[in-house]
Write a protein that binds this ligand. Structure first.
Ligand SMILES: NC(=O)c1ccc[n+]([C@@H]2O[C@H](COP(=O)([O-])OP(=O)(O)OC[C@H]3O[C@@H](n4cnc5c(N)ncnc54)[C@H](OP(=O)(O)O)[C@@H]3O)[C@@H](O)[C@H]2O)c1
Length: 263
């Protein structure tokens, strides 16, 4: 969809990827409203709506905004990640992960759909992760929240076939933003995990939206492993076992410590 004069609502516009996506959307002439808890140093021309997507009231307020705005494109980009042994993650961190990464995109899509269907045009963009297709050890809540978002996107895309409303699911791999904490960097160093430049990732996201793609997975090796995991998951278990052993060493260094990121 051409982005010039397009009305867009974007969650997570204050983050490492979101700020760059916002800047590219504004450069292309979009009319942009962002949703997040903070908007330090807002970009010129951008409107900001303050909402905490981990709370029921914040989510309700954000959904009302989407209903009123009737955006041409809704981009669900806000996300949080916890890296660590699952049982050491607090119940509230686990709840927030599902609320921000899965419930918020689902309810905001619901709020955007009536106007899109009435106008017979629109696009819902859900930003997931490669980890939404391959369950990674020490990312249990995050992986499963993004897997839910992936299947939601697939089901909704099929449901909306013929309505003029597109659904795009975009799965980046690791990207250098605030989500890459020192412990995750340690994991990347130990396992050789690639970390992408956020400018490049933002550019790819915006081009994928413009070209109306349905599914976008970043990284050649990652695309291969996503496919392999679909039909030979036990083989992928054995490929990942070495990484999982290395990761477990990180948590042995400091027992009972888990990294929770709430941006
Ligand atoms: N970086 C990576 O390695 C990577 C890889 C694959 C996929 N992704 C996905 O890409 C998306 C963007 O990630 P990023 O790397 O840009 O992360 P980031 O820099 O940490 O940004 C996260 C964004 O989510 C918003 N957010 C967090 N908690 C929120 C809450 N309770 N209510 C409302 N908004 C909230 C933050 O805004 P406030 O703090 O202002 O509320 C911020 O705008 C996420 O969905 C992430 O899962 C990232």
């Amino acid at each position: 969809m051409p982005l010039s004069n397009c009305k867009i609502v974007l969650t997570g516009g204050s983050g490492g990827i979101g700020r760059r996506v916002s800047s590219l959307l504004l450069e292309r002439g979009a009319s942009l409203t962002t949703i997040s808890r903070s908007a330090d140093d807002p970009l010129p021309g951008m409107r900001h709506f303050h909402a905490d997507l981990s709370s029921a009231s914040g989510l309700q307020a954000a959904a009302s905004l989407v209903e009123d705005e009737e955006p041409d494109i809704l981009i669900n980009l806000a996300g949080v990640q916890n890296f660590g042994p699952f049982e050491e993650q607090s119940p509230s961190d686990v709840r927030d992960t599902y609320s921000i990464n899965l419930i918020a995109p689902v309810l905001l899509s619901r709020a955007a759909l009536p106007a899109m269907k009435r106008k017979k045009t629109g696009q819902i963009v859900n930003v997931g992760s490669i980890l939404g297709s391959i369950g990674f050890a020490y990312f249990s809540a995050y992986s499963s929240s993004k897997a839910g978002l992936r299947i939601f996107s697939e089901a909704l895309r099929r449901e909306l076939n013929g309505t003029g409303v597109l659904v795009t699911y975009i799965a980046p791999r690791a990207t250098r933003t605030g989500l890459i904490t020192s412990r995750l960097q340690q994991y990347a160093d130990l396992t050789g995990m690639a970390i992408d430049d956020p400018d490049r990732v933002a550019g790819q996201i915006v081009r994928s939206i413009e070209s109306g793609k349905t599914d976008v997975y970043f990284g050649t090796a990652e695309r291969f492993f996503v496919k392999l995991n679909g039909f030979m998951p036990r083989l992928v278990d054995s490929f990942l076992a070495g990484n999982d052993r290395k990761a477990s060493q990180i948590f042995l260094q400091k027992p009972h410590s888990t990294e929770g990121i709430k941006s």
